[in-house]
Each structure stands twice: as structure tokens, then as C-alpha cells.
Ligand binder design. Structure first.
Ligand code: ATP
Ligand code: MG
Length: 333
């Protein structure tokens, strides 16, 4: 647009000059005057063009403001209760789902009437085809979403009666892709909470991660780039383990936590996990059934419904969905 404007104006000015020249009798324009004219004309139009460019920048700024306000105006659905309860001090991480229904959209249920109890200290695995609702169970347990119907209890307390802070403290989650922030290794383990360096080191030692951290360029003060781009997937996962270990959660959840690791890193992580899971309720989600066959209880989920429940041996003997998934895996191996 500014180029057209420039042309129109140039022609207009040339016209004015020509008319003006007509009044100055019989005078020819010199080459010097012509080049001066062109140069001055540029000097007029450059700032105008710059103004036009700034206008587009301003415009995209306004669009950004609009989008940010739309997010800020989004109503907060999950709030802390007015009179929060606390978890009983003697509780050791019992999880109970009572008639839980849930859908991301109203009337499109992805979880249907779930009823189960996980005893304190039990190692439980959730398996099922992709899209069955495994991760959704975890999102409900950590209260990222609320059930449409039914309730979830931890050590006998409805999680809606807990503050989100307390819930986060008692439930630790390790996902397939650990999220790291830019900052030091220590920052990424403490997440801004008050732990001193000794505590961070003790947590790292407890899950065999100390040697790895000590081997980094600046040890515990090594800076981690945004999203941990200077660390490998396995290394990020090791930091996530230390992050969980320092908080000593009653319940630890692993959603495909070792799926993207190579065999030797997976072995290190598995060893660390064994330490971390001792005396703790653990819920593991895994596609590879070989990694969860030693679980105390296996919950088999299909299209949001709990179709089988039992130990590996029980389920293989039942000859249902689990047995067929397991047989498939054995065939592929
Ligand atoms: N944020 C979301 N919004 C709408 N629907 C979703 C959302 N997340 C998941 N779903 C739907 O919910 C269903 C269950 O998804 P979920 O992530 O719990 O599956 P999953 O069992 O963990 O699968 P996978 O093994 O692939 O991780 C799927 O049909 C999925 O399309
Ligand atoms: Mg999932």
C-alpha cells in the first residue's frame, strides 16, 4: 500500500514542479536538480513507510492483548474448598474411586462408572488400548479435571475437600516427557520450594541420580535451558525422579515414564524407581505389559470401563482382554 502511495505522491509532486516550472520561463531542469529531487523525495517517503510498518506491529500487538484477556477472563473451574480438610497423618495412600463418571464434553463419557480401591503401598498398573482413558484417570486423581459424577477419596478424604496444594504434595506424577524449566538443576528439583542443597543431594542419592548430576559441567549448579533442551530424554527423566523423591509423596503415578528411554537408561531408571516406590502406593501406566507384570493388581480398561481386575496370573488364566494383549506382545517379542 505504501509503495502505491509513494508513486501517487511522486507523480503529484512532479506535476506541481512541472506546473511551477511552467511559470519560471524557459528554464530546463539540470541533472543535479533531478537527482536532488529524487533523494529528497525518498527522505519524505521513508519515514512514511516506516510509520506504516509500525502500524502492522501495533495491530498484531492488539490481537495479542485480545487473546490474553480472553484467557484471563476464563472462569476458574477448580477451586479450593472454603473449609478444607487435611489428610489423616497416619494415612498411607489409599485411593478409592466410587462410581466415577467423566467426560471432557458433557454427555460424551470417556470414563464410565469406575469403582476400585487401591490399598496403601500397593503397586497397581493400569493397562488398556490407546484412548481407553488411562491418562484421564490420572488427570482426575490429580484434580486437573473434576468427575461428572461420583467421588475420589485419598485416605478416606474426598479430594475436593483438600486444598490443591495438599493434594499436589501427596500425589507425585512422572510423565513420559519430564518438563524442565530454565534455571539450575537445583531449581528444577526444588521448584522454588524451600529445600537446602543437602536435601536435594540426599534425594538425588536416594534414587541413584547423584552421580549423573555430579558428572554434569557445573554439578548441581548446571544451568538447564528452557524445556531442558541441553539434556537427553533419559537425563530429564532422572531429574524428574529426584524431583519426586524430595517431596516424598504418599502416592506416585508413572504415566509411560520409561517408554521413551533406551534399554540401558531404562534399566537405571527402573532401579531408581524401585527405591522410590518402596513403601509407597504406586500407579503405573504402561503399554509394554512386560514392565508391569509384577504389579500387585492390574486394572484393565476398555473404552472407559473397567473390564478386568486382578494379578497377572489371574488375568492370564481368565483368558480375557489382558490375556489377548499379553499373547500379542509375546508373539511380537
Ligand atoms: N483434553 C481432551 N479433550 C477432549 N478429549 C480428550 C482430551 N484428552 C483426551 N481426550 C479423549 O479422551 C479419551 C481418553 O483419553 P486418554 O488420554 O485418557 O487415553 P489413554 O488411555 O491415556 O491413551 P494412550 O494410551 O494413548 O495414552 C480419548 O478418546 C481422547 O480422545
Ligand atoms: Mg495416556
Amino acid at each position: 500500500m505504501s509503495a502505491t502511495l509513494e508513486w501517487i505522491s511522486l507523480v503529484a509532486i512532479a506535476g506541481v514542479l512541472w506546473l511551477g516550472g511552467g511559470q519560471v520561463a524557459n528554464r530546463q531542469i539540470t541533472f543535479g536538480e533531478l537527482s536532488a529531487f529524487v533523494l529528497f523525495a525518498r527522505q519524505i517517503f521513508d519515514p512514511l513507510r516506516q510509520l506504516a510498518e509500525k502500524f502492522t506491529v501495533l495491530q498484531s500487538g492488539f490481537t495479542a492483548i485480545e487473546r490474553i484477556t480472553a484467557i484471563l477472563n476464563e472462569p476458574i473451574e477448580i477451586r479450593d474448598p472454603e473449609h478444607p480438610q487435611t489428610l489423616p497423618g497416619h494415612g498411607r495412600g489409599e485411593v478409592r474411586f466410587e462410581g466415577v463418571w467423566f467426560g471432557y464434553k458433557p454427555d460424551e463419557y470417556v470414563l464410565r462408572d469406575l469403582n476400585f480401591v487401591i490399598q496403601p503401598g500397593q503397586k497397581v498398573a493400569i493397562v488398556g488400548p490407546t484412548g481407553a482413558g488411562k491418562s484421564s484417570i490420572i488427570r482426575l486423581l490429580t484434580r486437573l479435571y473434576e468427575p461428572s459424577r461420583g467421588r475420589i477419596l485419598i485416605d478416606g478424604v474426598d479430594i475436593r475437600d483438600l486444598t490443591q496444594m495438599e493434594l499436589r504434595r501427596c500425589v507425585g506424577v512422572i510423565l513420559q516427557d519430564a518438563f524442565l524449566f530454565s534455571g539450575t538443576v537445583v531449581d528444577n528439583v526444588t521448584l522454588g520450594e524451600e529445600y537446602d542443597l543437602e536435601q536435594v543431594m540426599a534425594a538425588a542419592k536416594s534414587v541413584n541420580v547423584h552421580d549423573f548430576i555430579a558428572g554434569l559441567a557445573d554439578g548441581y549448579q548446571t544451568s538447564v535451558r528452557q524445556r531442558g533442551t541441553n539434556l537427553s530424554g533419559g537425563q530429564k527423566q532422572l531429574l524428574a525422579l529426584a524431583r519426586a523423591a524430595i517431596r516424598q509423596p504418599r502416592i506416585l503415578i508413572l504415566d509411560e515414564a520409561t517408554a521413551s528411554l533406551d534399554v540401558s537408561t531404562e534399566y537405571t531408571v527402573q532401579q531408581a524407581l524401585e527405591v522410590l516406590l518402596r513403601d509407597r502406593t504406586a500407579i503405573t501406566i504402561a503399554h509394554r505389559l512386560s514392565t508391569i507384570r509384577h504389579s500387585d493388581v492390574i486394572l484393565v480398561l476398555k473404552k472407559g470401563e473397567l473390564v478386568e481386575i486382578g494379578s497377572h496370573e489371574d488375568l492370564v488364566a481368565t483368558n480375557g482382554l489382558y490375556a489377548s494383549l499379553y499373547a500379542l506382545e509375546m508373539m511380537a517379542a
